[in-house]
Write a protein that binds this ligand. Structure first.
Ligand code: HEC
Length: 698
């Protein structure tokens, strides 16, 4: 043991070119190793396993004949019931992963023994800038360092051996509502990181930092700034001066414009380019953002940039004049496909708008696009121009439009996978319509949600049938552009996928099951009850000749905050890392049965005007975080019975460090009190319902 240790140390030293380079023995990934990750199936070296982000593992030890004997090898408890969305990285027997609030852990990949834990000690109030929970989708590992982006906008390098921070850089203006939830990617010694916040109003960009020192190397803004401020002195200046700046109108900069890069960044070695998925506009409503005119580049686009300089190469815009929260941030997957008898180097994306895009990655030209879910916003995507042929009325200018898919996505952050063996892409897809209503009297709420639309309008009666949310696991043939098989789920929010050489597809769901399907026909071969929703991307790897399958379990994200989940224990249990192997016989500690808290009861009385006002403010500021199982259910909160305590929290900011900020900038104490009135009314209604149907209580 000692000898091996010493040898590794010598090798690690020999690999040091730079005096500042860490001497960490763990996490030895360099450019050559990442480029060859395809041939290293024992490890899971990067977010999507390889740079191509196919999330396909060639391992076959666990396969369609023995997956029925898959059992829990071990589990590692996590410290919160907030959303868990990370894909772990496995390097030479050590697993690194991030958890909610951008914490990081390293564990032995074959036993779960915790090697170290790191807490970045976020500015807690920044949690309130997260549109969709304080989640984190993963770390990157490179030359003995582990990189994580934090919810308060920092990029931090940790020593892979100890978890001690080596450097930390603030990548955003922390006064603005920026957050980071995405996994960093590393290429050519640079850590690439974007940010989130377009719902609240920010200007999007992506940056490259020196992996050794944390110094900024380049930055590319995805939307133009205020012309009065002059150029940014950034890699994006040239392209905005040339043509992209001319696609904007009005005073978009007042709300930042949006275009955040919050998830997908892929390195394409074939063409030495970074492919970057760009998000929606801020505000969503193009009328409120850009006088309803212009393509608004580079919103909802896939951008190709030079990885060393950040210089623009090409772009493909999925939704010109974006107005629905249709992002192109969804996973970008690289593949070599044979199309019409010819080998093509393509990228594939299943963005929120419901079309599956196959794009030539040598030049960004569209090859084909077909809907992978039912959709009602476009007649088709014109292959010659690459532009959608929009249906009349979808810009909801004159009247509301019942839209599906919606900004919740036909596909959100949940990773998809592509098996070169079956030729199929496994997409976690959803049907989640929203009625889009123009907010004619749009007022900006700096630091809170700003969409320029009314959300939560009921579906028009003629669409009642289509209004129910549901989800699918779709096995999609990207060459023929059609579904080969599908599994329907009762709720929309379904988990990331992993495809393997053992003819398997793994996927979790929000009803707490983790499934294995036959990759060829979708037959369910195995499932495991995880006791909590399983949404993250699963991985597989091998240590000492044993293949493991791992996934983080833990509900949350936008639906976890904004949609009730009556099937879930209340409150939901904390997250857990689950690791499986054939013959695994470990058991999960049981989830304690919890009864929901009683509804708040109070003899305080309020006027009709107060109730109506409270309903409005509740809808504007509170429901987005307090309607799901993750955060306190306000009608069941005892704080609602106590005007003083309520005021101390909602106006006084008593729970600010936990992400429940003071609403003083937006609400007067009287308005906050009107929300309490409305919440107590909801409590009354809830209690009456519960009394009428006591059996349905759980
Ligand atoms: C960005 C998400 C977010 C928004 C928006 C939000 N809250 Fe909260 N709220 C939280 C979180 C998280 C907690 C739990 C904090 C903790 O851990 O104690 C919380 C806790 C509370 C509590 C304490 C409940 C209890 O029983 O402990 C009250 C009261 C509350 N919120 C009221 C409101 C009101 C009123 C609004 C709208 C004006 C609102 N919140 C908007 C995230 C949010």
């Amino acid at each position: 043991m000692f000898k091996r240790f010493a040898l590794l140390a010598v090798l690690a030293l020999a690999a040091c070119h730079h005096p500042a380079e860490t001497e960490a023995k763990n996490g030895r990934i360099d450019q050559a190793r990442l480029l060859a990750a395809e041939n290293d199936p024992d490890n899971w070296l990067a977010y999507g396993r390889t740079y191509a982000e196919q999330r396909f593992s060639p391992l076959t030890d666990v396969n369609d004949t023995n997956v029925g004997q898959l059992g829990l090898a071990f589990s590692v408890p996590l410290d919160t019931n907030r959303g868990q969305e990370a894909t772990p990285i496995v390097v030479d027997g050590v697993m690194y992963f991030s958890t909610a609030w951008s914490k990081v852990m390293a564990v032995k990949a074959d036993t779960g023994e915790v090697l170290w834990k790191y807490d970045p000690k976020n500015i807690g109030a920044k949690g309130a800038h997260a549109c969709c929970d304080v989640v984190n989708r993963g770390v990157a590992v490179w030359e003995g360092k582990v990189y994580v982006g934090t919810i308060d906008g920092r990029l931090i390098a940790l020593d892979a051996d100890t978890g001690k921070p080596l450097w930390s850089t603030v990548t955003v203006d922390q006064k603005e509502p920026y957050t980071i939830t995405m996994a960093p990617r590393v290429v050519h010694g640079k850590v690439i990181i974007g940010n989130s916040g377009a719902e609240l109003g920010v200007r999007g960009y992506v940056s490259a930092y020196d992996a050794e020192t944390g110094k900024l190397v380049w930055r590319f803004y995805t939307v133009p700034g205020n012309p009065a401020d002059g150029p940014d002195h950034a890699a994006s200046d040239e392209v905005f001066a040339k043509f992209a700046g001319k696609t904007w109108f009005g005073k978009w900069w007042e709300m930042g414009g949006g275009g955040t890069v919050w998830d997908s960044v892929v390195y394409d070695a074939d063409f030495n380019q970074l492919l970057i998925g760009v998000g929606n506009g801020a505000p969503w409503n193009q009328r409120a953002r850009s006088d309803g005119k212009g393509d608004n580049l580079f919103l909802a686009s896939i951008l190709s940039l030079d990885p060393d300089t950040g210089k623009y190469k090409w772009h493909y815009q999925v939704n010109p004049g974006e107005s629905w929260d249709f992002t192109a941030t969804q996973q970008i997957t690289l593949a070599d496909l044979t199309i019409d008898g010819k080998p093509r180097k393509v990228l594939m994306q299943a963005p929120k708008n419901g079309f599956f895009y196959v794009i030539d990655r040598s030049n960004g030209k569209l090859i084909s696009a077909q809907p992978y879910v039912p959709q009602d916003w476009a007649d088709r995507i014109d292959v010659a121009t690459g532009r959608p042929v929009e249906k009349p009325g979808i810009r909801y200018a004159d009247k509301p439009y019942f839209l599906y898919p919606s900004g919740l996505g036909a596909h959100a952050w949940m990773p998809m996978s592509y098996s070169p063996k079956t030729g199929l892409v496994y997409i976690p897809a959803m049907h989640a319509p929203i009625t889009m209503v123009d907010d004619e009297h749009y007022e900006r709420h700096i630091g809170r949600w700003n969409t320029g639309t009314h959300m939560g309008a009921p579906p028009p009666p003629e669409h009642a049938k289509e209004a129910a949310f549901k989800g699918w696991l779709i096995a999609w043939d990207p060459v023929k552009q059609k579904a080969v098989w599908k599994i329907e789920r009762q709720s929309a929010w379904n988990g990331g996928t992993l495809a393997t050489g053992g003819n398997l597809v793994f996927q979790g769901d929000d009803h707490a099951l983790f499934h294995a399907y036959d990759a060829r026909d979708g037959k369910e071969l195995w499932s495991f009850n995880a006791g909590r929703g399983v949404m993250a991307g699963p991985i597989t790897y091998r240590v000492n000749g044993i293949q493991y399958v791992a996934v983080l379990a833990g509900y949350g994200g936008s639906m976890g905050m904004a949609r009730p989940a009556p099937w879930m224990p209340t409150p939901p249990p904390n997250g857990v890392l689950l690791v499986f192997k054939v013959g695994g016989a470990a058991t999960l500690p049981p989830v304690p049965a919890t009864a929901p808290l009683p509804f708040a009861r109070s003899s305080d009385s309020f006027s009709e005007a107060q109730l109506a006002e409270g309903q409005k403010w509740y809808g504007t500021y509170c429901s987005i975080c307090h309607s799901g199982p993750v955060n306190p259910n306000l009608p069941r909160s005892q704080m609602a019975t106590d005007a003083k305590a309520w005021n101390a929290i909602v106006i006084g900011g008593k729970l600010s460090d936990y992400g429940m900020i003071s609403f003083k900038p937006w609400l007067t104490p009287e308005q906050a009190e009107s929300i309490r009135a409305y919440v107590l009314e909801l409590a009354k209604e809830g209690a009456a319902k519960e009394a009428a149907a006591p059996a349905a209580k759980s």
